[in-house]
Structure formats: C-alpha cells, structure tokens
Design a protein around this ligand. Structure first.
Ligand code: GLC
Length: 547
C-alpha cells in the first residue's frame, strides 16, 4: 500500500502512462480494457514505477480516442465497469502503485447529456450557457463567429440546426466537431466538475492529469486569432493567444486544489498545457496544481546545447515557485521517441508518418532513445513514461489509410495522418496473432505490424542489454539513489555535443553525437545504454558511473 504519510511522493515519481485501448485486452474483443490493465500491473510495478496515469476510459463515442467524454462519472462498457475500476485501484495500491486518472474539462462529447439538452433548448437558455454558443456573422449568420481554427484543422465552429428545423447558432470546439467546449465562466459547469473530482477521489484515486487545462478560459469577446497553433504555444507579437493561457484559469486550479487537499494523503493535479516552462511554472505555484508536463523538453531535437538549455530553463522556472520539474519524451499524442530520433532534423510531432513518407532509421532512433531515456531518468524531478517505450517500440508507420482513427485524418481531407502510429496495441508475447494482447486472437483495433513480436515483453525479459532490462535497471537505480530528488551539477569541462553532470557521487555522461568520451581510470559503470568502446562512451550513448 502506498504510504499516505508520504507527502512528497509526486515530486520524484516515475509515472507510467497507460493508454487503455492499447494496453491489454482481457475480454478478447480486440480493444484493451480495465481488467487487462489490472492483470498486467505487475509488469509496471516490476519496472520500478511509482504511479500510473490512465488515459480516459469513460463512456465515449471514441471520436477522439476517449478524449470526447459522454459521461465523466462512469466506465465505458468496452473498458469494463466501475467495479473493475475499483479492482484496478485496489490491486495497484497493493503493488505500491498510485493511480492517476484523466480529467478532460475543456470539452466533452456531443453525446454528453448536457450538450444534447443544449441542442434541444433555445438560444440564450441556461442549457446553452453551459457551452460557447454564438450567432453567426453576416445577414444570414452563415459566417462563423470568429476565425479560430480547430486543433484538428478546419474551423473551430460548427453550426447547428435549431429544434424548429432552421439553421441556427454556432458552437465552439477547439478540437473535433464532436467535442464542444464547456463554458467555464458558468458556475454550473464548475459545480459539476467538482462533483466529478469528488467522485473519483472517493474511489481513492491519487490524482488527475488535466487535459488541455490551459484552454479552459477564453479571452473576453473571443477576438479573432488567425494563427494556427502547433506544439508549445508562445505569444505572437507579445499577445497571448485568446484561447490559451488566460489569467482566469488559475482561479479554477485554486478551487480544485482546495478540493484535493481536503482528502487524506496527497492527491495530485498534473497540467497538460503546451506552454513554455516559464508559463507552466505559473500553473504550479503554491495552491494550484502540483506539476505540469514539460513539453518544451519533449520538443528538443537530439542536440546537447538545446537539451541543456531546456533543462536549465525548466529547473529555474520551477525552482522559482518551489515546484518539481517533470520530464517526458513520449505520450499518446506524439511520434514515439525511438522513431523521432531516427530522423536527423525536425519532425512533425503529431502529423503521423505513412508508408510513402521518409522512414526513420529504426536502429539509430532506438540507440538514441535509450540514451535519451537514461539521461531523462537521471534528472531531478518527476518523469512520465509512455506504455511501450520500455520495449523500445517504434512508431508504426505502415498503418493502411482505412484503419486510421485520429479525427485529424478526416478533418484534413486525408492529408494529415495523425497519432495512431504511437497507439498500436502492445506486444506481450512473441507468439500468437495478437502477440499476447488478448488470448482470443481477435484482431486488434489497430493492426500490429509483423515485426512487433521481436519487441514483446517475453522476448526481452531477462535478456541482457534489452531495452526492457535497461529501463528496469535505470528505474531501479533511480529509486535506490533517490535521483528524483536533490540537485544536479553540470561538469565544467564537457566536450561539444556531450552532456555531463553529477548527482551527488553519481556521474552522468550523455554523448549526444559527439566524439567518444573517455571515462576516468577505474570508473564503476552502473548503467550504459550501449557498449563502451575502449573504455570510452561512444556517440548516442549515456553512461551512469561512479568515479
Ligand atoms: C489532449 C489529449 C489528446 C486529445 C486532446 C483533445 O491533448 O492528450 O489526445 O486529442 O487533448 O482532448
């Protein structure tokens, strides 16, 4: 059982993201489920993780992989039942794993009862006021209320047909048409989400990852904004985009924090906000959220100077407000880092790669990814890891067009493939047509490539040098040496494209493509992501050692 008197667990935690659709399928229908997660929690505990974060498993039409929530306080039938959820939490806690669930407060599904009620009600009604409905522009209202673009391409507005059959108002959706944005200026919306927080806290969850939390408040008057947002959002000519990072979000976070703090132990809030560290640091000030994803870190290319600058900026920004820094390299929205680093030069994080696109160098990508992970796990703070990265899984770049599920594929007119390549169901065993994802061999919801078997958990367990054993060793050492806490000190004399620092008496050298770095005579190597060459750390390799 996690120790409820430990009030700082989250400051240094290693947190494993489970994407439930693709983790493990216990009922054999081709889609993962909650009993599948429960049945494989020992895999996560044995890796040396402290917590799991589970992406949405709520009732949903799955137009955006469950981030289109139709009912915030229930479990979707394809994932199981509330009892299954309770079993999962119970088993996780037995294994000393804390459980973080996903809260999606910016928008819901158009199938949510409140949105259906809003469609059935009149303009200006309390039902409509829960969302962002506006009249269109022009004499006949055919022009959207402003020029905002959806994150999934196309306009951020959709026009409805009123109950009397006439063409009517427009509603705002920063994402898919099926994901109407809530109106967070409305106290009724706030009250309902507080109920949701309490619902899951009462079921003993240890925290929430808060989806798109920086978009919940929009600038008054919804001023036009012609720019398309991609990646970490920065002001343009000194102006903050009217849909991101508005001052009003902080009041909400304070209210939520008070709710969490009224529960036993420490329950945490983690912000998903694609903002620079200086801005996410404002979300983790005293009395607000506990931590925020560090997407600036994820965005860095394999280049020592840039990585170092981001580490410094992140630590400084978070230290200034007394919050821990977090680190992340992969999640369900971006190309897996084992493939990202297999390109030289920038890649589109969320656009997807098809069979006709330039392919990543898989061997180089994995070598760099292992080095990048060992670097990340040596940094002070909390680390988020995404299911399958412990297997060295590459992005799947061979998905046929007809299986693509990301809404961006349709919305872009079949130009942008989207994020399915990092969401392919996990291989647990080398044998079998679904590589152990289920036992019925029912086809997986996204097809697994033939080569997935070589990455399977059973193919790597106990195999020296495998990526799985590397993760296990790194996470175990990280815990033993308490690397999540404390300070780091850069070495004074690192060569070009090398990152070198100490954590107490531990030395870390990440050779980010520089000349081989000689280790001191008699160095005791604790971890190496590739073989040393004549006692030196070769390019694209990270080593932890004691001098
Ligand atoms: C977040 C989720 C992403 C989803 C989007 C809209 O960025 O991580 O998967 O599509 O929010 O909910």
């Amino acid at each position: 059982m996690p120790d409820i008197t430990d009030t700082t667990w989250w400051r240094s935690a290693a947190i494993y993201q489970v994407y439930p659709r693709s983790f493990a399928d216990a009922n054999g229908d081709g889609t993962g489920d909650l009993p599948g997660i429960t049945g494989h929690l020992d895999h996560i505990a044995n890796l040396g993780m402290d917590a799991i974060w589970i992406s949405p498993f709520y009732p949903s039409p799955q137009r955006d992989g469950g981030y289109d929530v139709a009912d915030y306080r229930n479990v979707a039938p394809q994932y199981g039942t509330l009892d299954d959820f309770d079993d999962l939490v119970h088993r996780a806690h037995e294994l000393d794993l804390r459980v973080i669930v996903d809260l999606v407060p910016n928008h819901c599904s158009d199938q949510h009862a409140d949105f259906q009620a809003a469609l059935a009600a009149a303009p200006g009604s309390p039902e409509r006021e829960k969302f962002i409905f506006r009249d269109g522009l022009g004499d006949d209202g055919t022009t959207p209320p402003n020029d905002w673009q959806s994150m999934f391409e196309g306009s951020a507005w959709t026009r409805i047909t009123e109950p009397d059959g006439s063409l009517g108002q427009w509603y705002l959706h920063l994402f898919d048409t099926s994901q109407p944005d809530w109106n967070w200026d409305n106290p009724a919306v706030r009250a309902d989400f507080e109920k949701t927080l309490r619902f899951w806290l009462d079921r003993d969850v240890d925290g929430f990852r808060v989806d798109v939390c920086d978009a919940m408040i929009k600038a008054k008057g919804l001023p036009n904004w012609p720019y398309r947002t991609k990646g970490v959002v920065e002001p343009v000519d000194g102006v903050t985009p009217p849909m991101w990072d508005q001052e009003g979000i902080h009041e909400i976070f304070h209210q939520w924090r008070a709710v969490l703090d009224s529960y036993e132990g420490v329950r945490i809030l983690c912000a998903e906000a694609w903002l620079p560290p200086q801005r996410t640091a404002r979300i983790v000030r005293e009395g607000e959220m506990h931590q925020a994803f560090n997407f600036a870190y994820l965005e860095q290319l394999w280049n020592a100077a840039d990585i170092r600058a981001t580490i410094d900026t992140s630590l400084a920004a978070n230290d200034a407000v007394g919050a821990p820094t977090t680190w992340v390299l992969s999640n369900h929205d971006v190309m897996r880092h084992a493939s990202r680093y297999g390109y030289d030069g920038p890649v589109e994080l969320e656009s997807g790669v098809g069979a006709n696109d330039p392919q990543p160098n898989r061997e180089l990508g994995l070598r760099r990814a292992r080095a990048a992970t060992a670097l990340m796990l040596a940094l002070p703070g909390s680390a988020y890891l995404y299911q399958g990265e412990e297997l060295g899984l590459p992005e799947v770049t061979t998905l046929p067009d007809e299986v693509l599920d990301d809404p961006v594929w349709e919305r872009s007119g079949h130009v942008t493939r989207g994020r399915d390549g990092c969401r392919v169901p996990l291989p647990w065993q080398q044998a079998g047509s679904t590589f152990g994802f289920n036992s019925t061999e029912a086809a997986t919801w996204l097809p697994q490539p033939d080569y997935f078997g070589q990455y399977a958990v059973d193919a790597q367990t106990g195999v020296a040098g495998s990526t799985l054993e590397l993760y296990r060793a790194a996470l175990t050492l990280r815990r033993e040496l308490n690397l999540g806490a404390g300070e780091m000190r850069w070495a004074a004399d690192a060569a070009a494209n090398v990152l070198a620092f100490t954590r107490g008496d531990l030395h870390v050298v990440a050779n980010v493509g520089g000349e081989p770095v000689a280790l001191p005579q008699g160095a005791e190597v604790l971890l190496a992501t590739a073989d040393l060459e004549a006692g030196s750390v070769p390019a694209d390799t990270t080593v932890w050692y004691r001098a």
